[in-house]
Design a protein around this ligand. Structure first.
Ligand code: R5P
Length: 293
């Protein structure tokens, strides 16, 4: 697909500009007004070309999702016959089964809402654990998932001395294995047990960490507790340094402070979510995937 226009929201202006440059397409922003009661009014360019790419990452998840669900049909009404979505951070993907009777499988329902709103989707490192691809939850839609793992691995290889890439849980194997393969680095994953929103237990793999430079790598950091526990375990096993590399830098509340308090040296992340720590840009990856649609 070669879109004739990239539509974006102001909160993602840096990534939007980089993506527009990478695709060599004009960029227009959607104006928003929030009414006193919290409702949104969106204003799009009144005449849109037939092929439009909409950039809307889902962080914060709920407000962004509503923006997307209003902007997409509005774009169609204003002329977009083909509408693709670039969603660098696809929220709600972790809730992929009912962990208790009656629990909504949000992954499925949110994916269905998005699939009904757009023709195609490009995203980055979606948290797919119990399903193999997005096609399973978005049947009939063209989807592409690209990964920031190799870029983050490159960052680790440049700034850390012969690092071991360590995933804090088994789901992270896909990312550490890919980054390790691309940059000829060692990798391993821990086992994680989640006890609550901010409470996890980490069991290290049977690897000698004494004196090693460890880079903890994961798709998403939210409260940061997964990484804090993993860092503590690594230092307990004699690691010399621990750095952190994540694709989606949510880092809620005191997450960054907690990481440094746990002894973490560097925190690297991509720009899928606007964050001052972003050191690698996914814009070229998204652009390539959009062209391949
Ligand atoms: C889940 O398995 C994800 O890959 C992350 O490990 C998790 O979301 C991190 O959450 P938190 O930072 O709150 O521990």
């Amino acid at each position: 697909m070669t879109p004739a226009l990239l539509l974006a929201f102001e909160d993602e202006s840096a990534l939007a500009a980089a993506l527009a440059r990478a695709l060599d397409v004009p960029l227009a922003f959607i104006e928003q007004h929030r009414f006193p009661d919290g409702e949104l009014r969106l204003r799009l360019p009144p005449q849109l070309p037939g092929e439009v790419l909409l950039l809307r990452g889902l962080y914060p998840p709920n407000d962004s999702l509503v923006e997307l669900l209003i902007a997409a049909p509005a774009a169609r009404q204003l002329g977009a016959r083909t509408l693709a979505l670039a969603c660098p951070y696809l929220a709600y993907m972790r809730q992929d089964i009912a962990f208790a009777p009656g629990e909504a499988v949000s992954q499925r329902h949110v994916a269905a809402l998005i699939g009904a709103a757009v023709d195609a989707l490009v995203t980055v490192d979606p948290h797919l654990h119990r399903i193999a691809s997005l096609d399973e939850v978005m049947p009939g839609r063209r989807t592409r998932a690209v990964s920031a793992a190799a870029l983050l691995g490159q960052c680790a290889a440049r700034h850390a001395d012969d690092p071991l890439l360590l995933g804090p849980d088994e789901e992270a194997l896909q990312w550490v294995a890919e980054a390790a393969r691309q940059h000829a680095l060692d990798h391993a994953v821990c086992r994680k047990r989640r006890l609550g929103d901010r409470e996890v237990r980490i069991e290290l793999p049977p690897v000698d960490l004494a004196g090693r430079t460890v880079v903890l790598m994961d798709d998403v950091a939210s409260t940061g507790r997964t990484l804090v526990e993993a860092a503590a375990a690594c230092f307990g096993a004699g690691a010399a340094t621990v750095d952190v590399a994540v694709t989606h830098a949510l880092f809620v509340d005191d997450a960054i402070g907690a990481l440094h308090a746990a002894g973490v040296r560097h925190v690297w992340c991509s720009d899928t979510v606007p964050h001052p720590r972003a050191v690698v840009s996914v814009a070229p990856l998204i652009a390539g995937a959009v062209r391949s649609l």
